[in-house]
Design a protein around this ligand. Sequence first.
Ligand SMILES: *Cc1c(COP(=O)(O)O)cnc(C)c1O
Length: 233
Amino acid sequence: MQAAIRTNLEVVRTRIARAAGRVGRDPASVRLIAISKTFGMGHVRAAVAAGQVDFGENRVQEALQKIEAGADLAVTWHLVGHLQSNKARKAVVSFAVIHSVDSLDLLRHLERAAVDTGRRPDVLVQVDLAAEATKFGAPPEEAVAIVRSAAVSQAVRLAGLMLLPPFVEDPDGVRPYFARLRALRDDLVSAGVPSALLRELSMGMSHDFEVAIEEGATMVRVGTAIFGARSRP
Ligand SMILES: *Cc1c(COP(=O)(O)O)cnc(C)c1O
């Protein structure tokens, strides 16, 4: 298992570098976040041994157990899944980056929790560009309102936008969504939001991260291509 994870990470890093190279980007401008959901600490430790630093989880409870079990590791934890307001405090003390801010209400809870606990997590606003009622993420208009509010927050630090596009078999079919997230970022910067607060575009997963990088992703969230197939989604 350890050898497979090491090899998979090398392959993914090479593919990241090639995708960046195709569009004249520095591969170092793309952060690889290893999504370890459903996998145990053995998998996390194997990835750490192979040089991986950033890890992402989509459920707070599952993540907290791993964060505690891995307290000896120098890793950065990212929350990439939906967050309920009543777990804002737990999230703020446990994650360096929260990718899934999708309502003003959640942002307010995070801000209060950050002030109370003295933590200053980076936050990304998750945008729903497909108007999928079943999916999380704020529709673009609401996302703009969240960005404007987060930009003037005192404790949480706005860092960018996140996208979880609909699944499309052909990775190129997702390209328009990636391009639209980047365009939304550019529009917000043109409208006066400081670009440093929108420097991150978290987009791209195992089957489409290269396309996402070509379209400007600065964080790719890769699970299956590193750890193998999951037994539950
Ligand atoms: C599970 C998950 C990923 C990783 O998906 P893979 O297809 O396994 O790479 C990325 N982002 C989010 C939000 C996830 O929940």
